[in-house]
Design a protein around this ligand. Structure first.
Ligand SMILES: [Zn+2]
Length: 112
C-alpha cells in the first residue's frame, strides 16, 4: 500500500477513504488510533492518520484526493469557521452534518 493522503484527523481520513471507495478504489487508514494517545507523543505528520491505496490505484486515487484538496481550499475561503456539534465533535465549516452522531450543522442564527 502507498500513502495517498495525510489527514488532519480521523474524520477527514474516513471522509477521504469513502471518496476513494465511491470511486471504486480500495483504501485503508493507517495510524488512526495514534490520535487517542497523541498527548503522549510528539505532534508530527507521523502521528496523523494516513489514507493508503494500492500501488496500482495510486494515480486514480490522486485524482480523487486532489479534487478533495481543491474543494477544501475553496470552501475554507468561502465558508466560515469550524463548528462544534452538540455531541462535542468539532467539524470544519464545509461539513453540513456531524459524522459521529448525524446531527445537522447548526445554522448561523443558532447560538452554539
Ligand atoms: Zn455530533
Amino acid at each position: 500500500m502507498k500513502r495517498i493522503f495525510t489527514a488532519r484527523d480521523a474524520m477527514e481520513a474516513h471522509f477521504v477513504k469513502s471518496l476513494l471507495e465511491n470511486a471504486g478504489i480500495e483504501a485503508v487508514i493507517e495510524g488512526e488510533f495514534l490520535q487517542q494517545i497523541r498527548g503522549d507523543i510528539p505532534f508530527t505528520m507521523d502521528s496523523l492518520p494516513k489514507v493508503c491505496v494500492r500501488e496500482e490505484d495510486f494515480h486514480a486515487a490522486e485524482v480523487v484526493v486532489n479534487a478533495h484538496r481543491a474543494r477544501l481550499k475553496n470552501r475554507a475561503q468561502s465558508q466560515g469557521p469550524s463548528w462544534t456539534c452538540v455531541c462535542g465533535e468539532t467539524h470544519a465549516a464545509q461539513f453540513a452534518a456531524c459524522w459521529k452522531c448525524g446531527a445537522a450543522k447548526p445554522s448561523d442564527t443558532d447560538c452554539t
